[in-house]
Design a protein around this ligand. Structure first.
Ligand SMILES: [Zn+2]
Ligand SMILES: [Zn+2]
Length: 333
């Protein structure tokens, strides 16, 4: 695998300096990535601002949250162990169903990243995906959430378990800072765990299942071996909130954003204003490039070189009009 990092025979200090210089040269690209991430939080932030503005009484949401927190306190196992998995599953299938309509009708085929693939979508292939996703959601995911809840309960002091510290609603700036940290932690951990899955020890028995779809659809976002679901999907997404000891509302906002994000980048559709799926789509197409989510870790390690020479790279931008990326690029050539 190609690396941008310098050769091992160089002494330690010049290597560190060269690597630091390389990362610094990527700063404009990294800033652009975070600005794009901010763009994708705008719908959620708008809802929060409007909800606060249109609250019927001055402390309406604080009171509602106080009541919810009291209910959580009385029903901790149900509220923290089961409910999040159910809500995440409902959201997953809602987003998945919308994309399935596009897949079965061909209604949005002009936006497809790999035209002609899954047109029409084969029902037997889909049945396999549905079974696997349900297992990952309700057996693997739910067990993991319950286990984490029990470990926290058994290893924390009474003070640490006191939910009163979350009584205040988080500010928008706190939310944005925490979300940026979560995205960064996820990018780093997801890159290395995913790259590990491409090692011959894991690929054949674990990761190959996810790569059965070289032209992915939204529902295959968590179509993978349970080991992969824990190591590559859950661990990178949950580590940021654990490290930051985040407010539950920030944690839930994160999952509200990250799950549809992952489904969109697997959808096979490059829609206007939506997160661009070309980067991960290329990973499914080739299996040898693009291991992260945000493009940052691949730029640092040079594992995006193959992608940067491809047509997919030329189409890799947020669409701000209704014209498909494929058409825009064709006109420019
Ligand atoms: Zn994937
Ligand atoms: Zn992979």
């Amino acid at each position: 695998m190609e690396e941008n990092f310098s050769a091992p025979n160089k002494s330690f200090l010049p290597r560190i300096l060269q690597n630091a210089k390389h990362v610094l040269s990527l700063l404009p690209m990294i800033v652009t990535v975070y600005l794009q991430l901010f763009l994708y939080t705008v719908p959620l932030l708008t809802v929060i601002v409007l909800a606060r503005e249109w609250a019927p009484t001055p402390y309406y949401w604080e009171q509602k949250w106080g009541t919810t927190l009291a209910w959580i306190d009385q029903n901790r196992r149900l509220a923290l162990g089961f409910v999040p998995s159910f809500i995440a599953a409902i959201m997953y299938w809602l987003v998945g169903a919308i994309f399935l309509v596009f897949d079965f009708t061909g209604w949005m085929s002009k936006y497809k990243t790999q035209p002609g693939t899954n047109e029409p979508l084969q029902a037997p292939r889909l049945t396999k995906v549905v079974k696997c996703v349900l297992i990952n959601q309700f057996v693997v995911g739910m067990s993991l959430t319950l286990l984490m809840h029990e470990i926290t309960r058994l290893t924390s002091t009474k003070e640490q378990l006191d939910l009163n510290k979350f009584k205040e609603l988080p500010s928008i700036s706190t939310m944005l800072i925490h979300l940026a940290v979560f995205a960064t932690v996820r990018e780093v951990l997801n890159y290395y765990t995913h790259r590990l899955m491409h090692h011959r020890l894991f690929y054949k028995n674990v990761h190959k299942q996810h790569h059965m779809w070289s032209a992915p659809i939204a529902l295959i976002s968590i179509y993978c071996h349970p080991v992969e679901h824990i190591i590559v999907n859950a661990f990178p997404a949950i580590t940021g909130p654990i490290l930051m000891k985040s407010h539950p509302l920030v944690l839930w906002s994160w999952f509200l954003l990250v799950q549809p994000w992952s489904m969109i980048i697997h959808s096979g559709y490059h829609f206007p204003l939506f997160p661009c799926p070309e980067f991960h789509d290329f990973h499914h197409m080739t299996s040898t490039s693009n291991f992260g989510n945000l493009t940052i870790m691949d730029a640092i390690h040079g594992t995006d070189k193959q992608w940067k020479k491809s047509e997919s790279y030329k189409r890799s931008f947020t669409l701000f009009g209704v014209k498909p990326a494929r058409e825009i690029i064709k006109r420019l050539q």
